[in-house]
Write a protein that binds this ligand. Structure first.
Ligand code: HMG
Ligand code: MG
Length: 299
């Protein structure tokens, strides 16, 4: 039987949070609905963070209210604190994600507190998410390098990940926030993580700043990971990691996975149309190599 790989589409959140120009609610809704039509079943659609910190995500409640909600699709949101969690529950999210870091400096810049303070805060969010009956995901940022501190020890990633699992996160998404990772760094990271955490509870979230994300996914597949975060057209970056490019493009990941014989449930051509739609809407050239090849008549 063909093995399934789960793609978590983070373009509407990780992608659009970093656009200079505001993207209106209708465009976000249309993006999400096109992703669903292309077969995507996990979409990070919203982020209930402070609008002073990330103004691009201010319309998240409206987006959640306006999208259709087919029951087979899970919609998730970032929630840094209880205020965010309450907004996500009101919006009817299926899943929320707390987002910590393996680097102190990044934690301070991104969420204005230390790693230890963030974990205390996340425990409250976790308890409320569990009482609210929704899934909980935990991110660890800077798993292969920090824009402020440089190298990051995989042991530090494991420590933060274990704390997030202990408070009830069902899955840990390993964020290569600045895309500095290489396949050998990915192997070192996963060697350390897999000693304590099963592959079924890990997801790869690789930004493509150095063009290594696809190679890092291929390396992660060898270690048994079967969930990857990606962003249609490679949109985005992180507002608190200057210079970091978007996530690996979903089109490129789907092409890789299908080529390796995995099944994703996603129609590559409809996905590429979706990438074209959002690239036009934000006035960018798609960062997806596969989408650009298809545009030139590739199949
Ligand atoms: P703070 O300033 O320390 O918090 O920010 P505060 O509690 O003092 O609140 C400040 C103001 O924000 C108050 O408003 C709060 O009400 C409001 P005021 O009284 O001044 O009018 N506020 C909120 N408003 C809406 N929703 C909320 C919320 N919380 C407070 N949930 C805080 C702390 C965490 C809120 C802030 O630092 C923040 O929002 N940070 C978010 C940064 C962010 O979203 N970064 C990008 C996402 S992470 C990422 O991209 C990495 C990832 O992709 C993985 C990877 O690639 O590595 C996940
Ligand atoms: Mg990210």
């Amino acid at each position: 039987m063909t093995e399934h790989v789960r793609i978590v589409e983070v373009g509407p959140r990780d992608g659009l949070q970093n656009e200079r120009q505001a993207v209106d609610v209708e465009t976000k809704v249309s993006l999400i609905e096109r992703l669903v039509a292309a077969g995507v079943t996990h979409i990070e659609a919203a982020s209930f963070v402070s609008p002073k910190w990330v103004p691009q995500m201010a319309g998240s409640a409206d987006v959640m209210q306006k999208i259709s909600r087919p029951p087979h699709v899970q919609f998730s949101a970032l929630t840094p604190n209880l205020k965010g969690l309450e907004a996500a529950l009101r919006a009817g999210c299926d899943e929320v994600a707390v987002f910590g870091a393996a680097s102190e400096a990044f934690s301070q810049k991104n969420i204005n507190c230390s790693i230890a303070e963030s974990l205390d805060r996340f425990r409250e969010v976790a308890n409320a998410a569990i009482s609210g009956g929704i899934r909980l995901r935990g991110y660890v940022s800077c798993v292969m390098g920090c824009p402020y501190e440089g190298n990051v020890d995989p042991a530090q990633v494991v420590q933060v990940a274990l704390r997030l699992l202990d408070m009830g996160c069902q899955e840990i998404s390993l964020g290569d926030t600045i895309g500095r990772g290489t396949p050998s760094a990915t192997k070192a990271l996963l060697d350390a993580c897999l000693r304590r955490i099963p592959a079924t509870q890990l997801a790869g979230h690789y930004h493509d700043t150095y063009g290594m994300a696809i190679a890092n996914i291929a390396a992660s597949l060898e270690f048994g990971l079967r969930t990857f975060d990606s962003s249609v057209a490679g949109l985005g970056g992180c507002p608190y990691a200057v210079g970091a490019s978007g996530n690996v493009a979903t089109e490129d990941v789907v092409y890789l996975l299908h080529g390796l014989g995995f099944e994703t449930g996603i129609d590559l051509h409809r996905l590429a149309d979706t990438g074209r739609f959002i690239s036009d809407a934000v006035g960018r050239t798609s960062a997806s190599r596969v989408a650009r090849a298809l545009d030139k008549g590739g199949r």
